[in-house]
Design a protein around this ligand. Structure first.
Ligand SMILES: C[S@@+](CC[C@H](N)C(=O)[O-])C[C@H]1O[C@@H](n2cnc3c(N)ncnc32)[C@H](O)[C@@H]1O
Ligand code: SF4
Length: 475
C-alpha cells in the first residue's frame, strides 16, 4: 500500500481522541454509498398509504406533546438551470410567480399552525430551494410577516433562522432584507470556482460575486456562514479543485458542505446536458476527495461527518463536542427537540413518530391548497423499532459512538439482545478496523468515519443486506 493510500489525516479533536484515517482499500471495499440518513426510515420507505387522516393524527399528538418547532419552507423557483441539479425546482424567468406562491404558502401555514399549535415557539426556521432569493424582497417580507402572525417565532439570539442563497440571485437589498426579517444564518451555493467547470454545468458565478455576498453577510452579522461545493463535476481535476479550494479557504467560511456529484441522468433530467466522458474518473474523484479532506483539516476545519466541515468554534463543531448534534432533513443540526412543520411543494415534515411529504408536483400542490386540502401525498408512521433504530443511527452518524448504557436507559431494552444479528454482522467491520467494541460502547474508528453510511446501514431494518443500489455511489 503506498503512502497516499493509507494516511493519518489528523489527530483527533473529539473526546474519544479519534481522528480521520484515509484507508483507500477499505474505501474501495465498502464504498461510501448508502442513504444519507437525514431521516430514518429514509424517504424511499414513505408510502401513499400515509393519508391526510394520518397526518392530522400525528399533528394532534405533536400538539398535545408540545415543545418547540422547526419551520421549513420550500421555495422551488430558479431563474436558471444548473445541469447537475438534483433538487426539486421549477426553472422560470417569471418573477410574478413568486407572490401567488407566497399567498398559497400562507394559506398552508394557517392550516398547519392550527394543527400543530400556533403558540409553540419556532426555534429553527429554514428557507430552502430551489432558490429562496428568487423571491423579490416584497414577497420575502410578505411571507415572513405572515409567519409572524401565524406562529410564535423566537426572537432572541438563540434562534436559528437560515436561508439558502444563490449569489447570482442577490441584489443590493437582498441580504439586508433577510437580516431585517430575522435570518441569522446563511448558506451560499458555490459548487466550483473554475470557469470551464462552471460553463459545463451552466452556472457562471465569478469568485468576486461570491466573495462580495459573503463579505456583506459577515458585515451584517450573519453567523455560521456555509458554502456548498460539489466534487465530481465535468472537467474537474485534482489540480483545478485544489485551486477552487484555496480560494474558498481564503474566504474563510464557518462551514463547508462538500457534496459528491452522482451522474444519474435517467433520474434527473437536467443531467442529460452533462456528458459522461467529461466527468473525472473514479480515481480522480477519489483523489479530489482525499486532497480536499487533507487540505480542510490542515486549514483548521473539523470533520463533522458525511459531507460537512466546520471551524472548531462554529456551533456545529461545538454541539458535536458536547454530544448535542442531531441530524434531520436539513442535515446536521443543533436543534433536535423540534418537530418539523414543512410548507411548500415537496416539503417533508416530521414528528416523533411520523414523516409526511407534500406532493412534488407544483400544479398538484397549488390545486390542493386552492381546494383547501392538505397537500400530503406520502409518509410513514414509525413503529417502536423504527424509533429505536433512528436513535441508534443518529448516535453513530452524529457522534461516531453508541453507548450501551445510554441505549438501555433511553429504550429500556438490552442492546445486545435487541441487536444480536447486527452485532454478528458488525464483526466483519470490527475485523477491518472500522468499529471497535469494548463491551460498553461501539466506537467508530478513524478509518471508519468516512464509511459511516455503511456502518449505519447495518442497523437499517429496510436494507439489512446493504442494499444501497438506490442510493448514490461516491466512486
Ligand atoms: C437548493 S441548492 C442551494 C441554493 C441555490 N439553489 C444555489 O444553487 O445556490 C442546494 C445544494 O444542493 C447541492 N446539489 C444540487 N444538486 C446536486 C447534485 N446532483 N449532487 C450533489 N450536490 C447537489 C448543491 O451544492 C446546492 O448548492
Ligand atoms: S443548484 Fe440551486 S440554482 Fe441551480 S438549479 Fe439547483 S436549486 Fe436551482
Amino acid at each position: 500500500m503506498n503512502s497516499l493510500a493509507k494516511s493519518r489525516l489528523v489527530q483527533g479533536h473529539d473526546e474519544a481522541g479519534n481522528g480521520l484515517v484515509w484507508d483507500e482499500a477499505l474505501i474501495r471495499r465498502y464504498d461510501l454509498s448508502g442513504p444519507r440518513y437525514t431521516s430514518y426510515p429514509t424517504a424511499v420507505e414513505f408510502t401513499p398509504d400515509f393519508t391526510t387522516a394520518d397526518l392530522l393524527a400525528a399533528a394532534e399528538r405533536s400538539r398535545v406533546q408540545g415543545g418547540p418547532l422547526s419551520l421549513y419552507t420550500h421555495l422551488p423557483f430558479c431563474a436558471r438551470l444548473c445541469y447537475y441539479c438534483a433538487c426539486n425546482k421549477e426553472v422560470t424567468r417569471k418573477r410574478d410567480k413568486a407572490m401567488p406562491y407566497v399567498e398559497r404558502l400562507l394559506k398552508e401555514a394557517t392550516a398547519q399552525a392550527r394543527l400543530f399549535g400556533a403558540e409553540r415557539q419556532v426555534r429553527q426556521l429554514h428557507w430552502g430551494g430551489g432558490t429562496p432569493t428568487f423571491l423579490p424582497t416584497a414577497a420575502m417580507r410578505e411571507l415572513m410577516a405572515g409567519y409572524r402572525d401565524l406562529f410564535n417565532l423566537q426572537s432572541d439570539d438563540a434562534r436559528d433562522f437560515s436561508v439558502e442563497i444563490d449569489p447570482r440571485e442577490v441584489d443590493d437589498q437582498t441580504l439586508a432584507t433577510l437580516w431585517d426579517l430575522g435570518f441569522n444564518r446563511i448558506s451560499l451555493g458555490v459548487q466550483d470556482l473554475n470557469l470551464k467547470v462552471q460553463k459545463a454545468v451552466n452556472r457562471i458565478q465569478p469568485l468576486n460575486m461570491t466573495r462580495a455576498v459573503l463579505d456583506e453577510a459577515r458585515y451584517l452579522g450573519f453567523r455560521s456562514i456555509n458554502l456548498d461545493l460539489i466534487y465530481g463535476l465535468p472537467f474537474q481535476t485534482p489540480e483545478s479543485f485544489a485551486e477552487t479550494l484555496e480560494q474558498v479557504i481564503e474566504m474563510s467560511p464557518d462551514r463547508l458542505s462538500v457534496f459528491s456529484y452522482a451522474h444519474l441522468p435517467e433520474r434527473f433530467f437536467p443531467q442529460t446536458r452533462i456528458r459522461a466522458e467529461d466527468l473525472p474518473s473514479p480515481a480522480d474523484k477519489l483523489t479530489i476527495l482525499h486532497n480536499t479532506i487533507n487540505r480542510l483539516l490542515a486549514a483548521g476545519y473539523e470533520y463533522i461527518g458525511m459531507d460537512h466541515f466546520a471551524k472548531p468554534d462554529d456551533s456545529l463543531a461545538v454541539a458535536q463536542r458536547h454530544g448535542e448534534l442531531h441530524r434531520n432533513f436539513q442535515g446536521y443540526t443543533t436543534h433536535s427537540d423540534c418537530d418539523l412543520v414543512s410548507l411548500g411543494v415537496s416539503a417533508i415534515g416530521q414528528t416523533d413518530d411520523a414523516y409526511f411529504q407534500n406532493t412534488s408536483v407544483l400544479a398538484d400542490w397549488e390545486q390542493a391548497i386552492d381546494d383547501g386540502r392538505l397537500a400530503v401525498v406520502r409518509g410513514v408512521q414509525l413503529t417502536d423499532d423504527d424509533r429505536i433504530r433512528r436513535w441508534v443511527i443518529g448516535q453513530l452518524i452524529c457522534h461516531f459512538r453508541l453507548d450501551r448504557q445510554q441505549f438501555e436507559q433511553t429504550w429500556g431494552r438490552a442492546f445486545d439482545a435487541y441487536f444480536a444479528d447486527e452485532l454478528r454482522q458488525l464483526a466483519g467491520m470490527e475485523n477491518d478496523g472500522l468499529v471497535a467494541d469494548d463491551g460498553h460502547a461501539l466506537q467508530v474508528q478513524p478509518q471508519g468515519r468516512l464509511l459511516i453510511r455503511a456502518i449505519c446501514q447495518l442497523f437499517d431494518h429496510y436494507r439489512k443486506d446493504g442494499a444501497g443500489q438506490r442510493f448514490s455511489r461516491i466512486i
